[in-house]
Ligand binder design. Structure first.
Ligand SMILES: Nc1nc2c(c(=O)[nH]1)N[C@H]1C(S)=C(S)[C@@H](COP(=O)(O)OP(=O)(O)OC[C@H]3O[C@@H](n4cnc5c(=O)[nH]c(N)nc54)[C@H](O)[C@@H]3O)O[C@H]1N2
Ligand SMILES: Nc1nc2c(c(=O)[nH]1)N[C@H]1C(S)=C(S)[C@@H](COP(=O)(O)OP(=O)(O)OC[C@H]3O[C@@H](n4cnc5c(=O)[nH]c(N)nc54)[C@H](O)[C@@H]3O)O[C@H]1N2
Ligand code: SF4
Ligand SMILES: [Mo]
Length: 720
């Protein structure tokens, strides 16, 4: 029997795992109590890593479509075919005819992360997309404008704070996002034990809200007004604390003027939080020694995502809670990904062809992906490469996207499952994954609460006919990159020599704890410390860490000032009476977006893909617990069973995403049995956050009605 120590790559929490194996079998997976960062924490998904490893449906070898069937082919044959097909399409239609979409696990996968950027550039296409435009793009945009770099995420220093205000986040279930927090529950309880306060603003009384000292329901999509009223009160009651930030912050007076109209009394009836409660939150926040305003998906994937995140940052800055212990801070990771990506940190250089939505950090928003495939003309996408992504379930208006994928001339999928997106592929190139790959979390350490480093060697070796993700990406780059052949030959030789281990070693040695520091960090040193190394809590880093040209933060940057012009329209909309219910999302501890439903361990038990609705709204619509309801939006309709609960705000309903596995041609047999329905058949790609084009997946107007008994029989065949 062997014991391995490994960082879990599934979510952002970076839990250390202790894995016992016997030959090629996992015997046990538990939290590693000695892990410097997670100290033994684990969630059900960490244990289910073995299910991915053992999954008989997991793909390991290249497959080529042969009519409705698939045939296994060799890697050489697969690469030859991809090279021929993609080059032919590019020769005929130009580089933008190749589209590329990278999904969420790409960020959690060291090999992919290390080789992706060069590969994407080599393709030479403007049609690049990523799951972050279904997620944190507004945060990235605001970071870019305020701190000069899209990856400069302010991270909540939870261990040392005394007030934590969370909007649109459910960290007890997500395990923290853009805030890598193993055992977030423990951290929040410690905060409460220190006499601190945890406050949640969410249209649903989530697990996090139940732990909180205070929870306020808020009308979905209206947070921007709450935050404007928050800032208005800060100015009005002179609660600013500028000592620290004044020397490097501009635009304070302009911000004061911009939020002047939004007094708590104006916004209160529109958002559903009393003016006195808003003022009290502001007073408590500003009265706390250290406080954090934090927002995640609920305030990011909504129509005012950029404004919300701008206001959140501005609140932290103007109340003196940025760059100080217990406020929001900027990590100094051992391999400094933020610095390494300095040259990628650009935006607004080109626009999408059809709708004119902007590029940020070289990607166009995924909301334009379908139209770029479907609209004829120069620059139309004819072939797609999907890498660790399942946009057919994850992106808005997924029916349209499904159709767009189905009419492509060619699709290559680098993926481990034959699922809703990859079923359209002509060829699938499956990489080794999970317990088979090395891991060093150079991406997530930019959002970690401490500066830590941890290296994981593969637990299992791979067969000679499997390939690592980075090998696949590099081979594609070699075959598709255009330029001077001599120079390219040299470049590709260097890239091949720079294996993941060499890249990590270089990154560590040249990083802040490397060669030029007392720590002398190297990969060898990390390997000798299997529970990781801890370089301590986050340290103040401003203004030197700023990437803006003048090393200053401009609070009132033009793009956001312009976006504020949408607020009167929002107010008018909120004042008008509507019969519609507002749809929001929901995450479950045992899901991971769309792709972990093939683990029996994770999907067993009652159906979780239900419509959560308040008793009052259910009664008004004659909906009963467990009955089938039809939910329709301007885009589509789905049928699913009703779960009545007081935990959801009246006027709001919730459906989780990542379900809807019963599409023809997939091979995810467990998931197909617990198929659920796809909420993104209701969301629209046309409704976006204006400055970025980010998807709007919350606050969707829907109609809900019961499905008549005679229709239920037919529908239940589709909604298990
Ligand atoms: N309505 C609604 N929609 C949402 C959300 C929501 O809250 N509500 N959330 C959004 C968010 S935050 C996100 S991040 C997106 C996610 O959107 P996507 O990233 O598009 O979707 P995932 O479900 O993460 O799909 C991951 C894919 O990667 C594959 N995969 C897993 N591991 C590996 C690996 O090691 N290598 C490779 N090559 N492939 C692998 C899986 O088989 C799967 O096909 O969904 C978004 N969609
Ligand atoms: N178990 C599990 N963990 C995950 C994932 C998963 O699928 N499952 N996915 C991972 C990914 S990709 C991400 S991005 C993170 C996301 O991490 P979080 O953002 O913490 O997770 P969510 O559960 O999406 O939380 C969003 C919250 O916003 C609320 N909300 C919806 N609309 C609004 C609104 O208009 N205003 C306000 N104030 N709140 C609103 C929802 O009720 C919900 O509680 O989680 C990661 N971790
Ligand atoms: S919380 Fe996240 S990192 Fe930790 S075990 Fe669960 S899935 Fe893995
Ligand atoms: Mo995400």
């Amino acid at each position: 029997m062997k014991v391995h120590y490994r960082t879990c790559h599934l979510c952002e929490a970076m839990c250390g795992l202790r894995i016992e194996t016997d030959c090629d079998q996992v015997v046990k997976i538990e939290g590693d109590k000695e892990d410097v960062y997670s100290k033994g924490h684990i969630c059900p998904k960490g244990v289910a890593l073995q299910d991915i490893h053992n999954d008989p449906d997991r793909l390991k070898y290249p497959m080529r479509r042969k009519g409705a069937e698939w045939e296994r082919i060799s890697w050489a044959e697969a690469f030859d075919e991809v090279e021929t097909k993609l080059n032919a399409i590019r020769d005929k239609h130009g580089p933008d005819a190749l589209g590329l979409y990278m999904g969420n696990p790409g960020v959690h996968n060291t090999g992919t992360g290390l080789f992706f950027f060069d590969f994407a550039k080599a393709l030479g296409t403007k049609n690049r997309f990523a799951s972050h435009s279904l997620d944190q793009l507004p945060q990235m945009f605001v970071n870019g404008e305020m701190f000069g770099h899209q990856a400069m995420f302010p991270v909540p220093d939870l261990d040392r704070t005394s007030y934590f205000l969370a909007l649109g986040a459910n960290p007890l279930v997500s395990n923290g996002s853009i805030m890598s927090t193993p055992d977030i529950q423990g951290k929040l309880k410690n905060l409460q034990a220190r006499g601190g306060k945890f406050v949640v603003i969410d249209p649903r009384k989530t697990r996090s809200a139940k732990l909180a000292d205070e929870h306020h329901f808020i009308r979905p999509g209206s947070d921007v007004l709450f935050l404007l009223a928050f800032l208005n009160t800060v100015f009005d009651q002179q609660l600013l604390r500028l000592e620290q930030v004044k020397s490097y912050t501009d635009g304070i007076e302009e911000v004061e003027e911009l939020c002047q109209p939004y007094v708590p009394e104006l916004v209160a009836p529109l958002i559903g939080i009393e003016a006195t409660a808003i003022r009290q939150i502001v007073q408590d926040f500003c009265g706390a020694e250290q406080a954090i305003c934090y927002g995640r998906l609920g305030v990011s994937v909504q129509a005012y995502g950029s404004l919300c995140h701008w206001l959140i940052n501005t609140i932290n800055i103007l109340t003196g809670n940025i760059d100080k212990a217990g406020g929001v801070m900027f990590p100094r990771p051992a391999m400094d990904f933020v610095k390494l990506l300095k040259h990628e940190a650009k935006a607004f250089r080109w626009k999408s062809r059809v709708r004119g939505l902007p590029e940020v950090a070289s990607d166009l928003p995924s909301t334009v992906m379908a139209e770029e495939m479907l609209t004829p003309g120069e620059g139309q996408i004819k072939a797609m490469i999907t890498l660790a992504g399942n946009p057919v379930l994850s992106a808005p208006n997924s029916r349209q996207l499904d159709q767009a994928f189905s009419q492509l001339e060619y699709q290559v999928a680098i993926d481990i499952y034959l699922n809703e997106t990859t079923r359209h592929a002509d060829i699938i190139l499956p990489p080794a994954t999970a317990l088979e790959v090395l891991h060093y979390d150079f991406v997530l350490n930019i959002v970690a609460l401490r500066n830590v480093a941890n290296f994981s060697a593969p637990v299992f070796s791979i067969n000679s006919d499997q390939r690592y993700d980075w090998q696949i990406i590099l081979e594609l780059q070699k075959r598709l990159e255009r330029g001077n052949s001599l120079l390219l030959g040299l470049k590709h030789r260097i890239l091949s020599w720079l294996t993941p281990e060499r890249r990590i070693n270089l990154g560590l040695r040249l990083g802040p704890y490397g060669l030029f520091s007392k720590h002398r960090l190297s990969l060898r040193k990390l390997k000798a410390n299997p529970h990781g190394l801890d370089f301590g809590p986050l340290q103040p880093a401003l203004p030197s860490r700023l990437f803006t040209k003048n090393k200053r933060i401009n609070l009132a940057f033009p793009r956001i000032v312009e976006d504020l012009q949408r607020i009167p329209g929002l107010i008018a909309q909120l004042k008008s009476k509507s019969e519609a219910l507002l749809l929001i999302g929901r995450r479950d501890l045992r899901s991971n977006n769309s792709w972990m439903h093939n683990s029996i361990r994770l999907v067993k038990g009652p159906n979780r893909c239900t419509l959560l609705i308040h008793p009052k709204d259910a009664t008004e619509r004659q909906l009963e617990q467990g009955c089938l309801a039809q939910v329709s939006s301007s885009v589509g309709q789905i049928k699913l069973s009703v779960e009545i609960s007081e935990d959801i705000m009246p006027g709001v309903v919730s459906i989780p995403h990542g379900w809807g596995h019963k599409l023809k041609g997939t091979k995810i047999r467990v998931a197909e049995q617990k198929a659920g329905v796809n909420v993104n058949e209701l969301t629209s790609e046309q409704v976006v956050d204006a400055p970025t084009g980010n998807a709007v997946l919350n606050a969707i107007a829907v109609q809900v009605r019961p499905v008549r008994q005679d229709q239920q029989v037919a529908a239940s065949a589709n909604a298990s």
